[in-house]
Write a protein that binds this ligand. Structure first.
Ligand code: ATP
Length: 442
């Protein structure tokens, strides 16, 4: 696999991703996405919606990013959603303690019970708790009663709407409520490009089940997620694996968690968690809101509090995994080329329409006709600047699976050349067969 630096270079150079607030020096842990990046993110989200809505009993919701502190008091995030941090007494750099111990900042240096800074060898403080939530105030006064938080996961918005779904949608177990939305975590050390950031998007399902048949659902969602990665997104099977968290690693709400890991160039790490949250959240919201969030089970004629299995995906981590998986370099006619071998479903642009020569009116006219026709079906891109080889290369770098070239023969017999990104092979196809060809491939 290629190193992260090469991947970041390509992403920045071709405008997929920008450092946020760059002209003011940037803000660490925040990124903006350019046209090509947004298109990829949208493709991921669309494929995810296609996937989950094919499952039975999944319903969508979109909830607020800002929630009152009462929500996070109840959910336990105010007390428990922290990382341990240590700070160097000399250079004042802060490190996430568990990552420090794993050697992620460099070699761990220890003498008796003291740890030392990986940067300057200064003594590190004792670990202290650092809550990861961003606080704000709602309204015009900064009083404790107006305190609110940016959500650190989209999940709580789902739990606090549970009653609405039972009543308005009359749902029967098992069912899932799903949402795509931003989440915010004031990570101690954002790193690895868009892997660990402070503002990111999650795609989450809270899948409510009867407490009797619980553990099988963790395995169900683990299996379905892996199938989705491999069959629909085109991730390489050998770069994915499942890691079952140990008891010590479990979050404060979890009974069991399977993480799906991707083998990134900087090491293997989590792209998705599948957490068994038991009835932790619903019980907490029943207790603190005073509302009855129980479910009436018709077969046993009893009120129960459902359990919940939560598959949770991070859009940016998946984005990065897809790019790392697809990035390749090879040589064509003794010239080095960078190519993103993305699945056509993920590629931002599906077909590039290229007149062979850029100074021939007739070719340009025909190419624009073709462009205007195909734009009704796919996201296509027209380009007539520079040599054809250079134009192919520009498309290879952004993962465009097909280039359609218009040459003089096209004017005579309505046939066109399709160049395949991965093999670089070219075939000639009559206009009447083009759409079917693309429909099969894209
Ligand atoms: P980590 O251990 O890496 O901090 P986590 O276990 O805290 O992650 P979860 O709370 O399980 O993460 O969040 C679910 C998903 O949300 C993760 O699998 C990941 O894809 C995404 N995610 C979480 N934190 C971040 C972040 N700081 N930047 C980008 N994506 C994130």
């Amino acid at each position: 696999m290629f190193n992260l630096e090469k991947i970041v270079n390509l992403m920045i150079r071709r405008g997929f991703v920008f450092q946020s607030a760059e002209i003011y020096g940037g803000l660490s842990g925040f990124y903006d996405f350019g046209h090509l990046g947004v298109l990829i993110k949208n493709n991921i989200k669309k494929l995810w919606l296609d996937f989950i809505l094919k499952e039975e009993n999944i319903f969508l919701v979109e909830t607020s990013i800002v929630n009152p502190s009462s929500v996070f008091y109840a959910s336990g995030h105010l007390e428990n959603f922290y990382d341990l941090l240590v700070e160097c007494k000399n250079c004042h750099t802060r490190f996430r303690y568990d990552h420090y111990l794993k050697g992620e900042y460099g070699k761990v240096k220890k003498d008796n019970d003291k740890y030392f800074c990986p940067l300057c060898d200064g003594i590190l403080t004792e670990p202290k708790k650092f809550n990861l939530m961003f606080k704000t105030y709602v309204g015009s006064t900064e009083e404790t009663s107006n305190e609110a938080f940016l959500r650190p996961e989209t999940a709580q918005g789902i739990f606090i709407n549970f009653e609405n779904y039972l009543k308005k949608y009359r749902l029967k177990l098992p069912f899932g409520i799903a949402q795509i939305g931003k989440a915010f975590r004031n990570e101690i050390t954002p790193k690895n490009f868009i892997f660990r950031i402070r503002e990111f998007e999650q795609m989450e399902i809270e899948f409510f089940i009867h407490p009797n048949d619980h553990f099988e659902w963790v395995e169900y969602w683990t299996k379905r997620s892996l199938e989705w990665y491999i069959n629909d997104l085109g991730l390489k099977k050998e770069n994915l694996f499942v890691y079952s968290q140990s008891k010590e690693e479990l979050a404060h709400y979890s009974i069991k968690t399977n993480d799906i890991y991707y083998k990134f160039p900087f090491g293997e790490d989590e792209i998705q968690g599948i957490a068994h949250r038991g009835n932790y959240d619903l019980s907490a919201h029943i207790k603190f809101s005073g509302k009855d969030l129980s479910y009436y089970d018709e077969s046993s004629k009893e009120k129960i509090i459902p359990y919940v299995i939560e598959p949770s995906w991070g859009v940016e981590r998946l984005f990065l995994a897809l790019i790392c998986d697809a990035y390749d370099e090879d040589e064509i006619n003794n010239e080095k080329r960078i190519v993103l071998r993305l699945s056509p479903k993920i590629s931002p642009i599906k077909i590039a329409i290229l007149p062979l020569l850029s100074n021939k009116e007739k070719l340009i006219k025909k190419a624009k006709e073709i462009y205007n026709y195909f734009k009704n079906y796919y996201l296509v891109y027209y380009d007539d600047s520079g040599s054809i080889g250079r134009r192919y290369r520009r498309q290879d770098e952004i993962g465009t699976p097909f280039c359609l070239t218009i040459d003089f023969q096209s004017l005579e017999d309505d046939t066109f050349t399709i160049r395949d990104r991965d093999s670089t092979q070219q075939i000639r196809i009559h206009f009447n067969d083009l759409l079917d060809y693309f429909k099969e491939k894209i």
